[in-house]
Write a protein that binds this ligand. Structure first.
Ligand code: FAD
Length: 463
């Protein structure tokens, strides 16, 4: 078996050894050859040789007690039959389920459960949040994650906001009454975000905003945008930016959808023409927006780090079933590629534990681990969906989807409901964007090179 990197080869060897120890397969005494990429030493040994020290993955007793509590809550609150293997919901049933589920989650206190009690959270410890996420993921139960509210702007307001701002905005994020979008990127300012040109000028008690944002996901449904604006044109680029919370429903805001390859229009161009927001809606102070934005972008995902790999594992299992369906599972090249894809999912799982360990030990490598993880999973996922399309062959080139179906993760598949992309095609299309949003894979490499490896900074073009 030949792997792309020594890390992948080691992971595969470790997992083989562990499974062999559990008696899950026998090598019949045959040696296992792990061939490292060119330039690395080849390692040959019997299965006995493959004995690696295994990470201790046990959790504290209190966390295990909490796990039982969550499991019991899920069993009591999910629809009858949810845990049966052939359980499914029709499109209509799922819509009804979604409507009531958020209310149940809110009543149970499970939305943003790590937030402080005084602002409506449960103040859960990181370990308990991890267990909460794990139990929801195992049960395939949706944890409401309004990505922009729960994960980005909510924690930013908690960290940088004044008490008044927290009281004004946090309850609406928790109960889902305010929907958010992120107004950072502009037509000429994506990776080079600090060059942004949208302006905000103070006029009495209000900011007057002019400019254009682009790729603004969910802007068509949002009540507020957290917006980066230039408030001091004379200051150095990073020092003249402010982070504003701007109401979307006003005449000065024009949202124009951008149609995507899967027929949907999840993101938009947003034009601001003399749009207004209260003077008090600056987060973190006037001209301090760059620092605030960096916290928004860098929020560590410690609590979901051990569950993120699961959707890729489910999708990988689905690709294997597709390979079986089209009679390609005995093709050696296909098998080889599937094992490589699987070893990458295993690396994601292990990287998740590494991120959690960092968060629990307060070793503060979250930003760098985040850059490594984002680069790794997005490229691995793009490659695995390309593999899936290759395996399925000509059929994958034809639109065969049948409207709103659930994908391998149990979630609605992406794509417009009446546009017949299959779940695999929809995953393939969306994977193309994953190496771009949230910082491109090249930018993650720059971060790793400069901040982790201490390489010289790349030359920058200044105009
Ligand atoms: C699905 C999706 C949803 C998005 N949602 C939002 C949203 O809600 N809100 C929002 O504000 N933005 C959003 N974005 C925008 C996203 O943040 C930007 O697309 C991203 O930051 C890249 O910027 P850009 O598109 O301008 O590409 P550019 O920055 O122009 O980059 C073009 C290419 O050049 C490479 N490149 C650029 N600079 C360097 C460098 N210094 N070194 C090496 N290579 C470099 C890039 O890696 C890329 O391959 C979304 C994007 C996508 C795809």
């Amino acid at each position: 078996m030949v792997f792309d990197s020594a890390q992948e080869a080691l992971v595969a060897a470790t997992v083989w050894a562990r499974e062999r120890d559990k008696g899950n397969f026998r090598t019949g005494g045959r040696p296992i050859l792990v061939q490292f990429p060119q330039g690395h030493k080849q390692a040959r040994g019997s299965a006995e040789w493959l004995r690696f020290p295994v990470m201790d993955l046990t959790y504290p007793q209190e966390a295990e007690t909490f796990r039982k509590e969550i499991r019991a809550w899920l069993e009591e609150n999910l629809p009858a039959g949810w845990f049966e293997p052939d359980f499914s919901l029709s499109g209509e049933e799922r819509v009804r389920f979604n409507e009531t589920w958020t209310q149940k989650l809110f009543a149970g206190g499970w939305i943003c459960a790590g937030w402080p009690v005084e602002y409506g959270g449960k103040g859960l410890s990181l370990m308990d949040q991890v267990v909460l996420n794990e139990e929801f993921a195992k049960a395939n139960a949706p944890m409401r994650a309004d990505f922009f509210g729960d994960t980005l702007v909510g924690p930013t307001i908690l960290q940088w906001g004044t008490d008044e701002q927290k009281k004004e905005f946090i309850p609406g994020i928790l109960n889902g009454t305010i929907a958010w979008c992120q107004g950072f990127s502009e037509p000429n300012s994506g990776s080079d975000l600090a060059s942004l040109k949208t302006t905000a000028v103070l006029d009495g008690d209000e900011w007057i905003i002019n400019g254009q944002k682009v790729w603004t996901t969910q802007a068509q449904h949002a009540d507020y945008v957290f917006l980066l604006t230039r408030t001091d044109p004379d200051a150095p680029q990073h020092a003249g930016i402010s982070y504003l919370l701007v109401p979307m429903h006003q005449d000065g805001v024009d949202v124009r959808p951008i149609t995507q390859v899967d027929g949907s229009a999840e993101f938009n161009e947003v034009f601001f023409t003399n749009a207004r927001c209260p003077k008090a809606n600056v987060i973190g102070g006037v001209n301090n927006g760059w620092k605030v934005a960096m916290t928004t972008l860098g929020f560590e995902r410690g609590s979901s780090s051990t569950t993120g790999y699961r959707r890729f594992l489910k999708e990988w299992e689905f690709i294997v079933s597709e390979a079986r369906r089209v009679n390609r599972l005995n093709d050696e090249l296909v098998r080889d590629a599937l094992v490589k894809a699987w070893s990458k999912v295993k690396i994601m799982e292990i990287n998740g534990y590494r991120t959690l360990t960092d968060a629990l030990n307060n070793t503060h490598h979250a930003a760098l681990l985040g850059a490594c993880n984002k680069m790794f999973w997005s490229e691995a996922h793009r490659a695995s969906t390309e593999l899936a399309i290759d395996i399925v062959g000509m059929e994958a080139q034809i639109l065969t989807g049948k409207g709103p179906v659930t994908g391998p993760s149990g979630a609605f598949r992406r794509g417009r409901s009446d546009y017949p992309v299959s779940e695999l095609q929809a995953a393939f299309f969306f994977a193309r964007s994953e190496t771009i949003w949230g910082g491109t894979a090249e930018i993650q490499r720059n971060i790793i090179g400069e901040r982790a490896l201490g390489l010289p900074k790349e030359p920058r073009v200044t105009t």
